[in-house]
Design a protein around this ligand. Structure first.
Ligand SMILES: Cc1cc2nc3c(=O)[nH]c(=O)nc-3n(C[C@H](O)[C@H](O)[C@H](O)COP(=O)(O)O)c2cc1C
Length: 210
């Protein structure tokens, strides 16, 4: 039951100890966890942008409704959807699958055509909403693995995506920030992290259909 213990330990931390840094090795593990997350069709229509520069993190605070955890965290992970989605997204996957699994492209033809159809079914807004969903699965995976490693985090939607896009020069990379995750270690002043979790009762959360 170690997994549940980690989830009970996890809490959204707003006060980080800014003297403590997540090591390069642990950061690498977290990013790999994010990359290993399941996505629809395996298409991974998003990227994780890592912000470690202290000055830059400070500049992002006013674009985050003055939420200081953006600056006091060790690193800020910005989950950003790819804005140029379409057949090219499928093609990139097919190229990579052929490379990793040593397959001929012809063996992936059926998959490719069905995913072309899937992408075609959605307009641009729907594609972005779909991509956002995939990014959130990765977000949850990173948060869970971080908790297992006793690394704190705080998922955040409270920021201005367009301002972030500009500040981080993401437009030129065809990326749109959708959710952010400061990571680091909780400060001793963080009192809320140990407060009992407010969650629905099991009866109110689980719907059993027999
Ligand atoms: C997608 C998402 C966005 C959130 N945005 C913010 C935010 O902008 N600022 C903040 O302080 N907390 C934010 N939170 C944290 C939630 O308030 C928190 O998860 C919730 O109150 C449950 O508390 P816990 O995470 O400590 O268990 C966000 C959480 C999620 C999952």
């Amino acid at each position: 039951m170690k997994a549940l213990e980690s989830l009970k330990w996890r809490a959204s931390v707003r006060k980080f100890d800014n003297s403590l840094k997540v090591s390069d090795k642990d950061l690498e593990t977290l990013l790999e966890a994010g990359n290993l997350a399941a996505t629809s069709g395996g298409l991974q229509p998003f990227k994780i942008v890592v912000v470690s520069n202290n000055e830059l993190k400070k500049q992002l605070v006013p674009m985050s409704y003055n939420q200081e955890q953006v600056a006091t965290a060790s690193h800020l992970l910005v989950f950003a959807t790819e804005t140029a989605l379409g057949k090219n997204t499928v093609d990139a996957y097919v190229d990579r699958a052929a490379e990793v699994r040593g397959l001929e492209h012809s063996a992936l033809e059926g998959y490719k055509n069905s995913m072309y159809g899937y992408m075609d079914m959605m307009d641009e807004n729907q594609q972005q909403a779909w991509a956002r969903n995939q990014a959130y699965i990765s977000l949850g995976t990173v948060m869970t693995i971080a908790a297992d490693m006793k690394i704190d985090s705080c998922a955040m939607e409270g920021f201005e995506p367009l301002k972030y896009q500009e500040a981080l020069n993401l437009k030129s990379k065809n990326l749109m920030p959708v959710v952010i995750l400061p990571i680091g270690y909780r400060s001793e002043e963080e009192v809320m992290a140990d407060a009992p979790k407010v969650r629905k009762t099991t009866e109110n959360f689980i719907v059993e259909i027999n």
